[in-house]
Ligand binder design. Structure first.
Ligand code: GLA
Length: 507
């Protein structure tokens, strides 16, 4: 889905015919490719490997991250319809194409959703064998990958995807590093500058991964980022292709890890995506372990971030395969519904977070423009109570003072970065109001009064109900003010979609 939206993104989608072979026996039989060239010099291809016998068409469809087998067909060269399916973890995926042969081209349409307008494409004949799935490499036997000693507190930094997607390039990364080093974020603890998908080129004759045109020299870029006192992260997939359809690390895990180390990379986000074409969910631990081992074999400290959307209860095995953090859900969007559904849905995962190993409810959307500042404060507060990684996902070069203030609120960051590394939990809920607490080192407690309703609400917390007896010191972490002790109960009016975040310290 993401790959499709990326292809439709600005400056990316142009369908071109790269080469055409003479028809082999006519009809629909043969290997067909729809090629989409990117401005970065790379091409995404979708392959239709078809065999037509009368009105029956069999074969496979390989898109940038999916591999389907044709299960139903009707019609022939003058007009046909194909349904193809694949198993993806617990779900069954299905695509449908309508098409016809026009001269030596296959004109095709499909729909992303049944109610979406049709997407049209033209396939040309491609050489037999191009685009076939690589043979499956059996997963290794499981063993415990030793702790790499990194990420003792949740990683902090920036990631390119939420704001830039396929438009990230060397100049953008440098200017984001400049911004982070000069706008107070670095001093507040932000460290990693992470390049997400779409930096990849192909491989050279010896199989070494190359960058594409957008990243002329990754080592020079790492040197630049290090020169700012920051660290550089990169992205790949255990599959043949990434989510956006770029080159993945499949079969090149050790080689890629060595390349990252030689470039000076400090963080890897490893995204399942294309691996679903070759492996079941049950095989995920072994596949992630492979890169965990490969990274450690480089002897360079590289934070290892697992991204497989929380499947197979990753929190139960992520640490054992060398992971420092693991995504717990699908992708976040810059919208209250998405952020709040993810954030408030993390309660059961608290026992699995600990120093070096974190639940990752996805990157921040703060400053991307589709939530209010009140909602972004809720986002920041909730992620901090959750001991979540704080990876800004906005354009750090052009932020309002309010957004800088939210991202660099040191009192809130101190909650996130608390050295005990205990993830907070919900202690009370009534309708749209929830109270979450997080135990902090030294016996303090972070208390978040969250109002998920659109209307302001008066919320109260009785200290005895959350285990506090006697007097305590109260501090409002957004107002940066101490609050006089009001006795056994504290009440505040919390704005719609807002939060009051307190630090409670026993006297
Ligand atoms: C997946 C991940 C996202 C991002 C994209 C890149 O959707 O979950 O965070 O990395 O892939 O293609």
């Amino acid at each position: 889905m993401l790959a499709l939206s990326l292809l439709a993104g600005p400056g990316i989608a142009t369908v071109t015919a790269r080469q055409s072979n003479p028809p082999m026996g006519g009809g629909l039989t043969g290997n067909w490719a729809v090629r989409t060239a990117s401005a970065d010099g790379t091409t995404r291809s979708t392959y239709f490997n078809l065999k037509q016998e009368g009105s029956r068409v069999t074969g496979s469809i390989r898109t940038t991250q999916f591999y389907y087998v044709i299960t139903e067909s009707t019609g022939g060269p003058e007009g046909f319809s194909l349904i193809a399916t694949m198993k993806d973890g617990k779900s069954d995926r299905r695509v449908q194409y309508e098409g016809k042969l026009v001269g030596n081209e296959l004109h095709l349409t499909t729909r992303r959703r049944p109610d979406a307008p049709p997407t049209e494409m033209i396939a040309q004949r491609a050489p037999e064998g191009e685009g076939v799935m690589p043979p499956r490499i059996p997963p290794p036997a499981l063993h415990k990958v030793p702790d790499n000693g990194l990420a003792r507190t949740p990683p902090m930094g920036w990631n390119s995807w939420n704001k830039f997607a396929g438009r990230v390039d060397d100049a953008t990364v440098r200017s984001i590093a400049d911004a982070m080093a000069s706008n107070g974020m670095k001093e507040a603890g932000y460290l990693y500058i992470n390049i997400d998908d779409t930096w990849e080129g192909g491989r050279d004759a010896r199989g070494n991964i190359q960058t594409n045109k957008k990243f002329p020299d990754m080592k020079a870029l790492a040197d630049y980022v290090h020169g700012k006192g920051l660290k550089l992260g990169i992205y790949s997939s255990p599959g043949p292709n990434t989510c956006a359809g770029y080159e993945g690390s499949y079969g090149h895990e050790d080689q890629d890890a060595r390349t990252y180390a030689a470039w000076g990379i400090d963080y890897l986000k490893y995204d399942w995506c294309g691996a679903r074409t070759l492996y079941t969910d049950e095989e995920m631990p072994a596949i992630y372990q492979k890169m965990g081992d490969a990274l450690q074999a480089t002897r360079r400290p590289i934070v290892y971030s697992l991204c497989q959307y929380g499947r197979l209860d990753v929190w139960k095995w992520g640490a054992d395969v060398g992971g420092n953090l693991w995504r717990t859900t699908g992708d976040i969007r810059d919208a209250w519904d998405s952020m709040s559904r993810i954030g408030f849905g993390q309660n059961d995962l608290a026992p699995y977070a600990k120093p070096g190993h974190w639940n990752d409810p996805d990157m921040l959307e703060i400053g991307n423009g589709h939530m209010s500042d009140i909602e972004y404060k809720t986002h920041m507060s909730l992620w901090s109570i959750l001991a979540a990684p704080l990876l800004a996902g906005n354009d750090l070069r052009s932020m309002s003072p309010e957004i800088v203030g939210i991202l660099t609120n040191r009192e809130v960051i101190a909650v996130d970065q608390d050295k005990d590394g205990k993830q907070g939990m919900r202690v009370w809920k009534s309708g749209d109001q929830e109270i979450w607490t997080r135990p902090l080192s030294g016996g303090a407690l972070a208390v978040g009064l969250f109002n998920r309703s659109t209307e302001a609400a008066k919320m109260s917390v009785r200290w005895a109900d959350i285990g506090i007896s006697g007097n305590a010191k109260l501090r409002d972490l957004w107002l940066h003010q101490d609050i006089p002790w009001q006795g056994p109960e504290y009440s505040a009016t919390v704005p719609g979609h807002g939060v009051v975040l307190l630090r409670v310290t026993w006297l």
